[in-house]
Ligand binder design. Structure first.
Ligand code: 6PG
Length: 487
């Protein structure tokens, strides 16, 4: 490949560029190129990859470059480039290169799964040079990148004027109203923060589905194929979602080598790249309870501690028999799954709003729900319900304070409790079902044992407490006369 014609002649041909042409970058570039009005400049550190992409996809009309300077020259102003490299040091290296050749007003977009605090840092550094930096969460995996992802851009609102129409051209479209699944989330790291929470919710969704499967199999006695049928059925109702759909497909798969259900030949150790952990770490820092997501991350951790599991298992000799259930158990599990899912999402949205408050982002939770309706991994009919809840009341304290969700959870209340009780009786772990039910019961309780904890804290550390009957800060003289003093 030679230097591009456009770079040689100084005619900037492309309205958008992509740096980093591994599968996600290549697919995003192809998606961009396939939309009316886009001409896409492409650059990759090793030019071989660029050559392959260009030769395999002549229909895309890519404008390739072998140097970053040529890449910059091939872009119309304001230059807009989307970085699609592995999050971390590689991103910083590309930003450094781009800031060398870009000019004030140009836009650098990071489409990787960056940690939002890195995005905040990068945005400030790039802004100091007069350029715009947009951290954009992109969900939907390789297929989404090619056919329409859900996109969560942060960065300066001004940059969205140029970037928005381009991103709207490639985003998935919501089935309900055809609107593109992209919106300006908020300034600097807001987009990557929301993408992080999306992934945390994804962990919770997957764990809850996993627990439902485990209960149907170990207590309900259903085969993977039968459970696949159950999930296919569930996918016609309120639980309709991409994750339920693909779960049925995975469960129906038979291992070609052994003839066994595919799910039985996979090692039961869930991997993770870390975004779920980030979600929980940040929730803890912000003091936002996300127990459903937390249990999902912990459950992956437990699954991976193979030596510990192997050491403990033989020491536990008495294991309970699975509880006796009838055919109504399947419907109970469906109900429990829906209620737990509502809680996991309620917690995720709490975290989004908690982050918004902490970092001064004006995030519209209803708009976030809307752009998750298609393209992303957690896409689901359910997201439309969440969008409606925030339309009804933009200042909703919790999703379960919304009349629709409150009603749904109340209706499934008995089933949810039966399932959690049966899991415990049967010795089948259901940490996310259990944690989300406990969270719900905490919110529903008139009084919490936090009162006793305050008493304990005051006893050993004079940490003081408030009273229910009058304002003020109080301490009881525990080691002396046990009289109360107002502080
Ligand atoms: C998406 C996915 C994507 C990726 C996760 C998986 O929205 O497209 O969330 O970001 O699949 O990195 O995360 P784990 O490897 O941690 O499960």
């Amino acid at each position: 490949m030679t230097t591009t014609d456009s770079a040689q002649t100084g005619v900037a041909a492309a309205n958008i560029g992509v740096v980093g042409l591994a599968v996600m970058g290549a697919n995003l570039a192809r998606n961009l190129a396939s939309r009316e009005g886009n001409t896409v400049a492409v650059f990759n550190r090793s030019p071989e990859r660029t050559r392959t992409l260009v030769s395999e996809h002549p229909e895309a009309g890519f404008v390739p470059s072998e140097t970053i300077a040529d890449f910059a020259a091939s872009l119309q102003r304001p230059r807009t480039a989307i970085i699609m490299v592995q999050a971390g040091a590689g991103t910083d290296a590309v930003i450094d290169q781009l800031t060398e050749v870009f000019e004030p007003g140009d836009i650098i977009v990071d489409g990787g799964n960056a940690l939002f605090t890195d995005t905040i840092r990068r945005e400030a550094a790039v802004r100091a040079k007069g350029l715009h930096f947009v951290g954009a969460g992109i969900s939907g995996g390789e297929e989404g990148a090619l056919n329409g992802p859900s996109i969560m851009p942060g960065g300066p609102a001004e940059s969205y004027e140029t970037l928005g129409p381009i991103l709207e051209s490639i985003a998935a479209r919501a089935p309900e109203d055809g609107s593109p699944c992209v919106t300006h989330i908020g300034t600097d790291g807001a987009g990557h923060f929301v993408k992080m929470v999306h992934n945390g919710i994804e962990y919770a969704d997957m764990q809850l589905i996993g627990e439902a499967y485990d209960l149907l199999r170990r207590v309900g006695g259903l085969s993977p194929e039968q459970i696949a049928d159950v999930f296919t059925e569930w996918n016609k109702g309120e639980l309709e979602s991409y994750l339920i759909e693909i779960t049925a497909e995975v469960l129906r798969q038979v291992d070609a080598e052994t003839g066994k259900p595919f799910v039985d030949i996979i090692l039961d150790r869930a991997g993770m790249k870390g975004t779920g952990t980030w979600t929980v770490q940040n929730a803890l820092s912000l003091g936002i309870p996300v127990s459903g997501i937390g249990e999902a991350v912990f459950a992956r951790g437990v699954s991976g501690r193979v030596e510990q599991r192997e050491a403990v298992r033989p020491t536990i000799t008495a294991r309970p028999e699975p509880a006796k259930v009838d055919e109504s158990f399947v419907e109970d599990v469906r109900r429990a799954l829906y209620s737990s899912k509502v809680i996991a999402y309620a917690q995720g949205f709490d975290l989004i709003l908690g982050g918004a408050e902490e970092y001064n982002w004006e995030i519209n939770p209803g708009a976030v729900a809307k752009i998750w309706r298609a393209g992303c991994i957690i896409r689901a009919r359910f997201l439309n319900r969440i969008a409606e809840a925030y339309d009804r009341n933009p200042r909703l304290q919790s999703l379960i304070a919304d009349p629709y969700f409150a009603g749904e959870v109340a209706e499934g209340d008995a089933a949810w409790r039966r399932v959690v009780a049966i899991a415990a009786q049967s010795g089948v772990p259901a940490p996310a079902f259990g944690a989300t039910l406990s969270y719900y019961d905490s919110l529903a309780s008139d009084r919490l044992p936090a009162a006793l904890i305050q008493g304990q804290r005051d006893f050993f550390g004079a940490h003081t407490y408030g009273r229910v009957d009058r304002p003020g800060v109080f301490h009881t003289n525990w080691s002396g006369d046990r009289n109360e003093v107002e502080q």
